[in-house]
Design a protein around this ligand. Structure first.
Ligand SMILES: [Zn+2]
Length: 138
């Protein structure tokens, strides 16, 4: 049996979605998240706060522009390094520490968000490197 929620939905129809959503972090800094189609995850930029980098925002939630560029880096283990860790565990009964097996892959996502589009720069490590695409709606 299916039940239907009769309350007001907070999910907007696709054509009314926003490309960005506001956030407030634990320190009270305000900013926006957008969904990055290159990383398939959300990136955030802080637009009001203290002691953190601040981006300029054009105030348009449908066609946002942020300045300066947005660079996100993410370090992780390669498949090969993870396998080495598993092999080490089989022999020694413990995993390698981070010091013994530091992250060996760095992902970079570097972009300009302009009028609702996201331009990926040439130092990106993902598949949309060098391309400009429209930001997705939430
Ligand atoms: Zn990204």
């Amino acid at each position: 049996m299916y039940t239907f929620c009769t309350g007001q939905s907070t999910i907007k129809p696709k054509n009314m979605g926003n490309k960005i959503i506001t956030y407030k972090d634990g320190d009270g800094n305000l900013g926006y998240h957008f969904h990055c189609p290159g990383c398939d995850e959300n990136h955030g930029v802080c637009t009001e706060g203290e002691g953190v980098p601040i981006w300029e925002f054009n105030g348009n939630e449908e066609f946002p522009t942020f300045r300066p560029s947005i660079k996100v880096t993410f370090d992780h283990l390669s498949e090969e390094a993870m396998q080495r860790n598993i092999d080490f565990y089989k022999i020694h009964g413990r995993y390698l520490t981070h010091k013994e097996l530091p992250y060996d892959v760095r992902e970079i996502c570097h972009s300009w968000v302009t009028n609702g589009n996201i331009e990926f720069l040439s130092d990106c490590t993902h598949h949309l490197k060098g391309q400009t695409v429209e930001l997705n709606d939430f």
